[in-house]
Structures are given as C-alpha cells and as structure tokens.
Design a protein around this ligand. Structure first.
Ligand code: FES
Length: 112
C-alpha cells in the first residue's frame, strides 16, 4: 500500500469567499510540502495557485505558506504521511489559494 499525505488546502481569492479542499498526494520519505503541491498541480488540479522559484534551495523565499498554523517555506518543510493543513500567510494580502503578496511595495512591479 502506498503511503499518502492528506492536504487540506485553502482555495479562493479572498479569505471570505473560498473553501478548504482536501487532496491526497503520494508520500515518500524526504519529500517537501512543495513536492506534494507540485504533484497535485501536475496530476490532479492544475488550477491550484502556488508560487516558488528555486524549488529547494530556500533562496527565493517565495514559497512561504502556513502549515498547521506555522509559517514555513514549503520547499523545506517536510511532507508527512498524515493530515496537514496548508493556508496562505495570514498577515499578507491574499492573491489566490496559497499565494500572498510578499514583496515589499518598493519591489513590486507597477506599470508606467
Ligand atoms: S521555493 Fe525558493 S525558498 Fe522555497
């Protein structure tokens, strides 16, 4: 039998109008939460919004989310074969699903 991680993920573009969705993803030791989210996008739901650049170097800082109420980098947080709750950062503007506005205003692109 294949081990699975059960991910409860916030979906929606606002904190008032959205829903929690539950997905099972395959688990292998050593995987990150981001690995699980990327598997989910590739195999079950390509509409899931997540953000990352470096994938596992903990360098870009773009994958910050909350896992079970703790702020983590999804690329270094370990996936575990249990129920895990994945939420957008609570103190940042929500863009969609797990993506929040994390760049400081001076670094955001603004069209001329
Ligand atoms: S993907 Fe770059 S720090 Fe996580």
């Amino acid at each position: 039998m294949t081990a699975t991680a059960t991910l409860k993920i916030w979906r929606g573009s606002s904190r008032q109008h959205g829903e929690w969705q539950i997905h099972e993803v395959p688990f292998e030791p050593g995987q990150s939460v981001l690995d699980g989210l990327r598997w989910l996008r590739a195999n079950k739901d390509p509409t899931l919004a997540i953000r990352f650049s470096c994938i596992n170097a903990n360098a870009c800082k773009e994958c910050m989310i909350q896992v079970d109420g703790e702020t983590v980098y999804a690329c270094t947080a370990r996936l575990e074969p249990r129920d895990m709750t994945l939420a957008p950062l609570p103190n940042k503007r929500l863009i969609r699903d797990l993506v929040t506005e994390i760049a400081p205003p001076s670094e955001r692109f603004s069209p001329p």
